[in-house]
Design a protein around this ligand. Structure first.
Ligand code: DX5
Ligand code: ZN
Length: 222
């Protein structure tokens, strides 16, 4: 099993204490900061935009944390430059929102940002086949996007395993990230299936202390 990175989703953080909570997560060893951007159209919820990415940039640059931006918005091409300027290190788009996915991925790379691609739970992996060689990250949604705190869809593990085979078959070193319902209790299963970046919102920013929550993930991952 390769070393697994943690990507706390700030969606479940206390936004009145955002900087402090993200700093705690990064100081406890989280490598990525996962930013969930929702537009109330592609997904039912509305969240945040480039301003929050820009606000977190100094912390990310000081600590080396990666600003991992997950765009759950229609017509994402309109906002790529804004997020790049705000400091996104990774920009991940949904295949369901990109009729010209190859063009979108190239546009992200031309902005100097690492391109990622993701797909909803019911969207088959075959939709990624042609774009896999061009991306630096593939995100498997293990819940229907829109809200934190949902339960992991069990069939996601088999999908992760199949994607791991697809990436290995083309010699890709892209991150395989998983998002939704990830907890210390299922982290080992997800990593064993081939994921190397785990997003967790409620399991990191909810319940006990952020530091203890991250330690629980590290314990589970061995
Ligand atoms: C869901 C978001 C996730 C979400 C994960 O649409 O993409 O990143 O915040 O939250 P948890 O870990 O609570 O399922
Ligand atoms: Zn996300």
């Amino acid at each position: 099993m390769q070393s697994v990175k943690l990507a706390p989703s700030i969606l479940s953080a206390d936004f009145a204490r955002l900087g402090e909570q993200v700093a705690t997560a990064v100081n406890a060893g989280a490598e990525y900061i996962h930013v969930d951007v929702m537009d109330g159209h592609f997904v039912p919820n509305i969240t945040i935009g480039p301003l929050i990415v820009a606000a977190l940039r100094p912390l990310a640059r000081e600590t080396g944390a990666i600003l991992d931006v997950h765009l759950m918005i229609e017509k994402p091409d309109r906002y790529l430059a804004d997020f790049a300027k705000a400091g996104a290190d990774i920009l991940t788009v949904h295949v369901e929102t990109c009729p010209h996915l190859h063009r979108t991925i190239q546009a992200i790379r031309e902005l100097g940002v690492r391109p990622g691609v993701t797909l909803n739970p019911a969207t088959p992996l075959v939709t990624l086949e042609e774009i896999l060689p061009d991306v630096d990250l593939v995100l498997i949604m293990s819940v229907n996007p829109g809200f934190g705190g949902q339960s992991y869809i069990p069939g996601s593990t088999a999908k992760i395993r199949r994607l791991r085979h697809m990436l290995d078959a083309i010699g890709s070193t892209a991150d395989l990230e998983v998002d939704g319902g990830v907890k210390p209790g299922n982290a080992a299963e997800i990593a064993a299936a081939g994921a190397n970046v785990l997003v967790a919102g409620s399991a990191i920013f909810g319940g006990r202390s952020i530091t203890d929550n991250i330690a629980a993930f590290r314990g589970a991952l061995g």
